[in-house]
Design a protein around this ligand. Structure first.
Ligand code: AMP
Ligand code: MG
Length: 487
């Protein structure tokens, strides 16, 4: 046992009280010589944890899985999922849930180790993670948080002192992930396929209590749960689209019930605007392309609905009807969130029917001229337009006049519109070449200063500060960027 009280760990594992089928108690496999390479101090403090104790040998031993803090009950969660459309039994193959940190207001957040060794769900894998992908998840999830997008967080990364074998030998690492929970659409798919209806109900009630307590007293609380998840996911995916985030592997096991972004494997941010953008090397059909994400969100939620059917109504025909009526609302909720976000990106406070045409006009020109998505919107927040192929095009000049006229019809001042735009268009996103540069310095030289500086710029992307300007530079190389699943 570590000095949990000094550190501030206040753990319980309510998941371990669910029916046994949903998890397997699993201890992390100890590692030889753990070293803390990055700690999210602000996040630690918000969790009631003491930074200097976390940095001590005892603190690091917890992040390494070498010590189990008091109150924790390490387990691997069982889940299933549709991977690229194909249903599989999965589960935490390289993750162990220590438990939930209970915050002063009673809220619970999961504390999970990613890369702690084999579990009963590891199949052929080693249960381990490499340093690069863990740092990459750290950077991108923290960037998402900075952008104001619901996401799992990264508390710490430790190197294990051990080598793992992939295509080459790589330094092993473990990331400590913080999440509202790790309940996934795939958790419900698992329960529906291998559990009894009562076990499924227990899982749904647990989920409601944890994430949606307001629906507990509803007449059909399971239908309300479905509605809530539809709303959260529709909003989440709209936020992804608005900043050009491409998740890359929207399998149903990588979709949370809480509405947080999870599992930063092959994700990346789009540079030039193109609905067909795909970064992941394994997504050869473009199933999870930028423009498909809303569609896939709806598809995944339909799988969630199928899992909930036995709870929605005793008569399965009625249950299907209820689910279908709800799922048909997804597109509408998504679209209204997207439209509201796009209006804000253009500095529009009120609504006019032609707004969508104005927005699409801009996007169409961006596609045609290969314009950078983030930088184009960023440039619109400036008083004078920069030189670019897009901004020099006669059709853009025409569009710009229409937009200015539209802004002129607003009650609010030009200054308020500009402020709204600055708050809605990030000055900095985790550009792929910047992320790579930070990872290279860390992996090859043990130099974390590049990463720290990048994280700093990403922590408040709407500041539009002078220091952030350098992060808007595009990569010198036009070679297509490729990402790989972080295994
Ligand atoms: P992901 O694509 O990261 O969402 O992972 C899909 C599935 O593969 C999950 O069940 C993971 O737990 C499992 N998995 C990924 N990497 C490993 C690994 N190195 N060892 C064991 N299982 C893994
Ligand atoms: Mg996953």
């Amino acid at each position: 046992m570590t000095k949990s009280n000094e550190t501030g760990w206040n753990l319980d594992n309510s998941y371990a009280r669910l029916p046994e089928k949903f998890f397997t108690s699993t201890n992390p496999t100890p590692v030889s010589s753990p070293e803390l390479v990055i700690l999210n101090e602000r996040l630690a403090e918000s969790l009631g944890l003491d930074v200097s104790t976390l940095e001590s040998e005892d603190g690091v031993a917890v992040f390494a899985g070498n010590e189990i803090p008091e109150g924790a009950l390490p387990l691997a969660q069982a889940y299933a999922g549709h991977q690229f459309g194909h249903f599989n039994m999965l589960g935490d193959g390289r993750a162990v849930l220590l438990g939930e940190q209970i915050l002063p207001e009673g809220e619970r957040v999961d504390i999970q180790l990613k890369g702690p060794g084999r579990t009963p769900y590891s199949r052929g894998g080693d249960g381990r993670a490499a340093l690069g992908p863990m740092l990459r998840e750290y950077i991108i999830s923290e960037a998402m948080h900075g952008l104001g997008i619901p996401t799992t967080r990264s508390l710490a990364v430790v190197t294990t002192g051990e080598t793992i074998i992939r295509e080459t030998r790589l330094p092993g690492a473990i990331m400590t992930r913080v999440a509202a929970s790790h309940l996934r659409v795939g958790t419900f798919q698992f329960a529906a396929k291998w559990g009894t209806v009562e076990e499924l109900r227990t899982l749904a009630d647990y989920t409601i209590k944890r994430h949606y307590p307001d629906v507990e007293a509803d007449e059909n609380r399971y239908l309300s749960l479905f509605q809530e998840v539809i709303t959260r996911q529709a909003k989440l995916i709209a936020q992804w689209q608005l900043v050009g985030f491409i998740h890359g592997v929207m399998n149903t096991d990588n979709m949370t019930i809480s509405g947080e972004t999870i599992d930063y494997g092959p994700c990346a941010f789009m540079d030039a605007y193109d609905l067909e953008t795909v970064f992941s090397s394994i997504d050869q059909q473009g199933r999870y392309a930028y423009g498909n994400q809303p569609l896939i969100g709806g598809w995944n939620l339909a799988r969630f609905a199928e899992s909930l059917l036995p709870l929605l109504h005793d008569d399965q025909e009625q249950a299907v009807k209820l689910a279908q009526d709800k799922i048909s609302e997804f597109n509408e909720i998504y679209h209204s969130n997207w439209l509201a976000g796009m209006r804000a990106k253009l500095g529009l406070f009120n609504e006019e029917t032609q707004d969508e045409a104005l927005i699409n006009g801009l996007l169409t020109m961006m596609k045609k001229h290969g314009a950078d998505y983030t930088n184009t919107f960023r440039a619109l927040t400036f008083d004078t337009m920069e030189d670019s192929v897009l901004f020099g095009a006669p059709e853009f000049v025409q569009w710009y006049e229409l937009w200015q006229a539209r802004l002129g019809r607003e009650q609010e001042s030009k200054a308020s519109s500009t402020q709204l735009m600055k708050n809605s268009n990030p000055a900095v996103i985790p550009r792929n070449h910047r992320v790579e540069e930070a990872l290279e310095a860390a992996e090859k030289k043990g130099d974390y200063s590049v990463m720290e500086k990048l994280l700093d710029a990403l922590s408040n992307p709407y500041a539009h500060s002078e220091e952030q300007a350098e992060y808007s530079t595009l990569p010198a190389s036009t070679k297509p960027y490729r990402t790989f699943c972080g295994t």
